[in-house]
Unconditional design. Structure first.
Length: 422
């Protein structure tokens, strides 16, 4: 009997070692693939974190070194290198609650921060304004830096502001953040116009003329459909997952996924735990309900509410989202929309919690290795990593060239006309 137990133990040890070696081999294979194709991440909130932590003063926090020991950031240049990231869309987010004029000031400050990051780390970072720039940066061994405006509130209902954001480097704009704009409905706000208003249509058309990607993360399903009806260029979802697997309103429903092949767009699957895991989403809802209950029971006693909430968390441990669940969302996009319509949009440094196996920007190869383990071909992994998004950028640039002769839109926002298309 002892001999049998010893043999079983040895077999288990050999299996574990073999599996570990296999995983390392697959990660090495993934890293090799990223030498020929840039991994393009659709969304990273490091600029906002730097604004929060050091008021955007880059001399106060060196992201050129590994910041993992500080346990505050998910992103720095050393870990971006370890993660094989070839191109990064930096989100230039400002809160939707800001007054319009202040939102414009702050989004320009956020864009300035990205430009200063590039200037501060010229051996690693290079500004990119299109697909050709991304490919050139990758060949030179630089990380291409693209800019994405997170929330249409940042243009203050002005086509002129939209054009100027594009002029200083913005290459996508999310039509809303968590709150409706005056011309588009968000998924997490009360619908005001059942999608896009006529001025929202003007915004989308002008983005097409400029070559600026229309980003549909955060918007309502009705806005998704309206934008797909209007846009002459492929759309993106810069950081969303699939509603069929996690029924969160931030995720993309299957009827929208089925429209992507005809549009050419891409869902860049996110790593945000509550968008990835139904269990995490349910736990988050329970925690919010408990916090609200405590607020009613203990009005004005913030410290006591927090103490009780910590006790509740200790009795109700949070579940964890996993890398494997992210891979499931990726494969669901492929099943419904096809391999040409999926990408990666982490939302590192903008998420609450962390997904097991995808804790920071160094972990992208582990995700690609999981897909290789599931039988994905090298070419399909490269499509996911960056080729699909590069195709979208190239097509948006082609559409902009086709529309270049068109006069820039001169529509003015009229609050009395901010009604639905329907």
């Amino acid at each position: 009997m002892r001999h049998v137990l010893v043999m079983l133990g040895l077999f288990a040890l050999v299996t574990l070692i073999t599996r570990s070696a296999g995983a390392e081999d697959l990660e090495a294979r993934a890293r090799q693939l990223l030498r020929s194709v840039p991994l393009v991440d659709g969304h990273n909130d490091l600029p906002w974190r730097l604004r929060q932590k050091v008021q955007g003063q880059l001399a106060r926090l060196d992201v050129g070194k590994d910041t993992a020991a500080q346990e505050t950031l998910q992103t720095d240049l050393l870990r971006l290198r370890r993660g094989g990231v070839g191109a990064q869309f930096w989100s230039v987010y400002v809160p939707a609650e800001q007054a319009p004029a202040q939102a414009v000031v702050e989004v320009l400050e956020q864009i300035d921060l990205v430009h200063r990051l590039v200037q501060r780390y010229p051996e690693d970072l290079e500004l990119a304004r299109g697909a050709a720039d991304v490919r050139r940066c990758h060949k030179r061994g630089h990380i291409a830096c693209l800019i994405g405006v997170e929330g249409g509130h940042s243009v203050a209902n002005s086509l002129g502001v939209l054009r100027q954001l594009h002029a200083v480097g913005a290459r996508y704009m999310t039509l809303t953040h968590n709150k409706d704009t005056a011309w588009a409905d968000a998924c997490s706000d009360k619908p005001a116009r059942d999608g896009l208003s006529p001025f929202g249509v003007e915004i989308v058309r002008e983005m097409n003329r400029l070559g600026m990607l229309v980003d549909l993360s955060h918007v309502s399903a009705a806005t998704m459909h309206d934008a797909l009806d209007v846009s002459a260029a492929p759309v993106i979802f810069s950081h969303s997952s699939t509603r069929a697997l996690t029924e969160h309103l931030r995720n993309v429903p299957d009827d929208v996924l089925r429209r992507l092949p005809s549009n050419g767009g891409v869902v860049m699957v996110t790593f945000v735990p509550r968008f990835v895991s139904a269990e995490v989403m349910a736990w988050d809802a329970e925690e919010e309900a408990e916090k609200a209950r405590l607020g009613i029971r203990l009005p004005g006693q913030t410290a006591l509410v927090q103490e009780h909430l910590e006790h509740w968390r200790a009795e109700h441990p949070a579940p964890q989202a996993t890398l494997q669940q992210v891979a499931d969302h990726i494969e669901h996009v492929v099943r419904v929309a096809g391999i040409d319509h999926v990408g990666l949009g982490s939302d590192f440094d903008g998420m609450r919690g962390r997904t097991l196996g995808l804790e920071d920007v160094s972990k992208f190869p582990a995700l690609l290795a999981e897909l290789l383990r599931r039988g994905w071909s090298d070419r399909d992994v490269q499509r996911l990593a960056g080729l699909n998004l590069l195709r979208v950028l190239e097509r948006a640039e082609e559409v902009a060239t086709e529309l270049r002769a068109r006069t820039p839109a001169e529509a003015l926002f009229d609050s009395t006309a901010a009604i639905s298309l329907h």
